[in-house]
Design a protein around this ligand. Sequence first.
Ligand SMILES: Nc1ncnc2c1ncn2[C@@H]1O[C@H](COP(=O)(O)OP(=O)(O)OP(=O)(O)O)[C@@H](O)[C@H]1O
Ligand SMILES: [Mg+2]
Length: 568
Amino acid sequence: MEGTSRIKQLPEEVISRIAAGEVVENPASVLRELLENSIDAGATRIDITVEEGGKKLIKVVDDGHGMNDREIELAVRRFTTSKISSVDDLESIGTLGFRGEALYAIGSVSRLAIRSKRADEDIGYEGYFEEAELVELKPAPIGAGTTVTVRDLFYNFPVRRKFLGSDYAEARRIIEVVTDYALAHPGISFSLRIDGKDIMNLGQASSPIERIEQIYGQDFIEETITLTSKFGEKLTIHGAISRPDRVKKSPLTQLLFVNGRRIRDNRLRAAIYGAYEQEKMHPQYILFIEVDPRFVDFNIHPQKKEVKFHRTLRMYEKLMKSVRETLNRSRTTYSHLGEMPTMRIVETPITHVGETGGRQMEIGEMQPRLQAEERREEIRDESTYIPEKIWQIHDSYIIAQVRSGFIIVDQHAAHERILYEKLRKRKYNTQNFLFPIVLNLTPKEFAVFQDISGILEGYGFRIKILSGRTAVVEGAPDIFKNPTKEIFLEIIDELQDVKSLPDRHLELLKTLACKAAIKAGDKLSGEEMNALLDQLFSCENPFFCPHGRPTVIKISLEELERKFARNL
Ligand SMILES: Nc1ncnc2c1ncn2[C@@H]1O[C@H](COP(=O)(O)OP(=O)(O)OP(=O)(O)O)[C@@H](O)[C@H]1O
Ligand SMILES: [Mg+2]
């Protein structure tokens, strides 16, 4: 009996497009695959050229073992690989590639050319591919090694193309990918050129730490300690982690590698934090986990960004242990650890306000109502608070009595608002620092900083860009009371993900205001509190910080009476 079937085999071109979609997400993922192939081919030098964020061109030149004409043709077919040949091989993969899928996927969604020559052959060849099919193969001059050129990514896949970020955003991802592989493979020289600009040029390094220094600079090395732990033959962990007295207020550099490839793993990240035990602070780390391939499975993520460790390895515990032991050892080295940042516990003058959980919730509930326009005007009128009746609680909030009740001001949010408006109106002077701040930046940070330095100068910062990814800040608006190197690194870090120029400009102002503002936890004198409230209420928009959070809430006498059931 032959019935009709609703289930049909998909045409080959649909299958290839779906498969490609999993492996190739954006230019950075193309580059990741090409770099892995060059590394697997034993390259000692890899030169990368990118145009228009990789959308127009990604070119990778390596000096690896190369391919002959037959191999060039086979390389782009699906499930063709030189790296494994049996199911057993899948159990212990010693190379980065193993599926024989990457070039096929890339070829399906771009115009691909591969030029290559094996060291043991006299002539090289170049193959051109359209939709992953060989269209031309001819002899071509080249030294031993391989050059892969990927043009017009997703030209035949408009939906994907539409989802790509700006050239700037894609270029940033590319810098990140090159940084990752450069860190994991210090013995290889890397160079990166984007739209004609040299972004990176790293000579061979003799150790991972030397490579870290090439990229992150001497400062990073000074702020970190070296970690090396060996657990039998199966597992080694090594790299650099923050000195316990140099943890940061925001997570700046946190990189974890497994067998030559960067991975993301929140559990392992938690293990590292667990070893530090420093609340609200963030360690920096660049850690390399080298594990016997039989105990790790990369075949669980189409881009191999996640791994599964064998249960018996107890990776989480081992990582926590090696970080903890390294920290303990270092505590004897850094005798000034008495200054280690800890949470401040402070007595407050009026602890009964906003103290219990229940009460906080009630105050929270009032916020939406507060947003009503008339309510705001009411507070503004009331800004004639009574100066001597003013308190700071938890070194974070200011409570002031006003005519018909009291107000609670979030000191950080309020100051942010004040500084944001000052910045916008350029109501400040530039002051030169006694000691200029020298920033040794990573390639990625440097790219961001170059982009924002013009805007910063427009706001009165004095900046010099030196060669070799070094920038010097010589002066800043005087609203910055304690400018530090860290503040600039945090600003750069926060702006990394902002794409368009106008957004970046606004975001920069908000970030500057935030960094210059007094913080929750800063003790204020009565005078300072009064000045803060005066300035807040002369703002154009005193009720919200630049990020949109409320700066002030009001509790009226009426509300108090209602809550204490006085008006029954
Ligand atoms: N730069 C290169 N130098 C030498 N050989 C290469 C290079 N790039 C690719 N090849 C050859 O082409 C084959 C196919 O590459 P492809 O990236 O498609 O698959 P793979 O690396 O084997 O596996 P995966 O899909 O997991 O990356 C490789 O196995 C390798 O033999
Ligand atoms: Mg590969």
